[in-house]
Design a protein around this ligand. Sequence first.
Ligand code: LLP
Length: 431
Amino acid sequence: MWLGTQRVNARGHLEIGGCDALELAERFGTPLYVLDEDALRRRCREYRAAFETLKPDTEIVYAGKAALNRALCQIIADEGLGLDVASGGELYTALQADFPRERIHLHGVYKTETELQMALQADIGAIVIDNFEEIRRLHALAHTPTPIMLRVAPEVDAETHPLIRTGQRDSKFGFHWLNGDAYRAVESVLQTPTLMLRGFHCHIGSQISDLSAFVSAATAMVEFADTVRQRFGYIAPLLNIGGGLAVRYTPDDQPPSVQAYAQTLIGALREACEQYRYPEPALGVEPGRSLIAEAGVTLYRIGAVKQVPHEQPNLPRKYLIVDGGVSDNPRPQMYGARYTARHATRAAEPHTCTYRIMGKHCETDPIIDCAYLPETHTGDVIAVLTTGAYAYSMSSNYNRYPRPAMVAVRGGEARVIVARETYDDVLRMDR
Ligand code: LLP
């Protein structure tokens, strides 16, 4: 699995963005998040090409919860994408980075008055309303016409980890359709002159490989929009189907290509519009993981190699203990997420050994249960691949570890885009 610009250089080391991974580890320290900027930019362009050739009125909105900081805002803005922010903090980051405001969408299942005020003051592209309380809150706060969308639970049960499934019947997200809430929400919004309804939104979940789930979502949304038209005469100019496309964490993962995703989704939208004789709306998609996950790796240094006496079935007996773990990537612990490791020093050597890679925290924090690597020693540097999404953004200071730095690499140059935290940063809020 070679992702983005990863390759073996003349010294036999892993190279990313033209930078030697071992040198990056020495210069910036470990753990280190490395962002392959060209890989991210290429993926943005691939998304735009795939959707815009087939449907020029597609809005591609990067889901910033996957990873967000000022530099990322600039890259995403530069590539012409929109930005989905899911909290006041993400919105604040976008505004501080001068992200084009009309391309920002605010999400969330509970937007506070402060967050709504921020969005109103910044005059962003859309607030995606999730529940009746938000309609009331916005009605009270908005004094000028405010673009909004309504999030609908489309009743699609996508196949993925239960904790990242969001569009099913029993879900906390959006207005439910079967109990009539979604219609009551439309009615209420259409009667509120300050709320300008741009269309409907749904998001069925994350790390989804089966394209038929997206077909079901698009079809359900057109069916919903059609019923709304019949009841209220409102025609939606935009349907946003959310994000969710899967990526490669291990060689076993075979996610569909962005082209296949675009073709299938646009095909489903068009077919449903034909079936319901519904005027074809603009399409919105909100990829997070599938834009950035494969552009990220985490470099760790091995602090200890341990042989345990007892072998668990199918698991290696040798442990590698690295200098990070659950605080820089909680996904293996939270979702049983699987990853692939690559040796940074002996990147070209055959993978003859199996190891369990563990973090250094005060609990069992696996990073990879069964990693194939060349023989590995204390002091070696390894790269865990596909950590660009939901690793830094879900990191913590557990055990009072400072968060690692993030470095963007491109054309042989490395720049720090997020500094490494210090012990004083960890103490900064203590009183
Ligand atoms: N739009 C909305 C409204 C979302 O809630 C999400 C993700 C996305 C778009 C982007 O989905 P993506 O393309 O990244 O699959 N922490 C979990 C993932 C949570 C996803 C939350 N919502 C993980 O590490 O797997």
